[in-house]
Design a protein around this ligand. Structure first.
Ligand SMILES: NC(=O)c1ccc[n+]([C@@H]2O[C@H](COP(=O)([O-])OP(=O)(O)OC[C@H]3O[C@@H](n4cnc5c(N)ncnc54)[C@H](O)[C@@H]3O)[C@@H](O)[C@H]2O)c1
Length: 275
């Protein structure tokens, strides 16, 4: 999509981290921004920064796991700004624990934000975007955790693999339209996601195993010393400008794992029926 100025962007999870950086970046490029999040306090911080940049914006509290709430967000965006050109389905959370030990509520909480969030975004915004006839771009935030899996982050990994699948399918379904799709799969980025994990664990009163505790500490240390969200936002707006599907910030160090997984998979392809 060319020429951002004067166009309209919606960003979920805009109260912190990557979402805040996206809202600011797109605002700086002259887009009208609808900044949305569940956190009123965080959203006020983003609003203050957008105001400081003289961006045209509105803030809207939305829990992306709630389909009706996302519908209201879409309604408001189209009502106030007349169109939506860029939709960043970005809100996300995680928790830590073995898949069989996490509660159903843990699973629902992570899948609600991380997988149903983008699904709700697509269902509420895309029909309106297509009907408007205007060029558009949807950016779904997955993760490198959507391309490979490790221990103790089962719901996150399930949700993010789902977002990659959602995005690939969407790209195929939209190939003959003027709406493009990107999937954002960052490695480590310095954001509020680990404090969010700690808050979740504290709020549920879950007893962490030693390996889970060490994992949270490790994530905290590695994310604190990693890529800034502003750099991710620049990569995202470049990819929107160039219509690129894959956006993989801070990911090259995962190449050996991806190669090993891919080799194992393709070496298991079975041709016995077709030979
Ligand atoms: N930080 C990383 O290293 C990293 C790596 C890969 C992917 N990601 C993804 O990036 C996205 C943004 O996360 P971040 O790292 O900036 O973390 P963050 O915690 O700084 O920001 C996430 C934002 O999403 C909001 N949010 C959470 N649940 C919500 C809901 N149900 N509805 C609306 N808003 C909700 C939070 O309030 C928060 O403001 C997430 O999807 C995350 O999974 C992050």
């Amino acid at each position: 999509m060319e020429n951002f100025a004067g166009k309209v962007a919606v960003v979920t999870g805009a109260a912190s981290g990557i979402g805040r950086a996206l809202a600011l970046n797109l605002g700086e490029q002259g887009m009208k921004v609808i900044a949305s999040d569940v956190s009123a306090e965080g959203l006020e911080g983003t609003a203050a920064l957008l105001r400081g940049n003289s961006a045209e914006f509105i803030s809207h509290l939305t829990d992306v796991s709630n389909a009706d709430a996302v519908d209201e967000l879409a309604e408001r965006a189209f009502e106030e700004f007349g169109a939506v050109h860029v939709l960043c389905n970005n809100a996300g959370v995680s928790t830590i624990g073995r898949q069989w030990e996490l509660t159903l509520d843990d699973w629902a909480w992570v899948l609600g934000a991380d997988l149903w969030g983008p699904i709700n975004g697509v269902r509420s915004f895309l029909p309106r975007m297509l009907a408007s006839g205007q060029p558009g771009h949807i950016v779904n935030t997955a993760s490198m955790g959507g391309l490979m899996s490790g221990p103790l982050v089962g719901p996150y990994s399930v949700a993010k693999h789902g977002v990659v699948g959602l995005s690939k399918g969407l790209r195929a379904e939209l190939h003959d339209t003027n709406i493009n799709v990107s999937v954002l799969c960052p490695g480590e980025v310095r954001t509020g996601i680990v404090p969010g994990i700690r808050r979740r664990i504290a709020s549920t009163g879950a007893e962490l195993s030693e390996d889970a505790r060490l994992t949270v500490d490790y994530l905290d240390a590695s994310l604190s010393a990693s890529m800034e969200p502003e750099s991710v936002a620049r990569m995202v707006s470049d990819a929107i400008g160039d219509d690129r599907f894959w956006i993989l910030p801070n990911s090259a160090h995962y190449r050996p794992i991806l190669d090993t997984e891919f080799d194992e998979m393709v070496n298991s392809l079975d041709a016995s029926f077709t030979e």
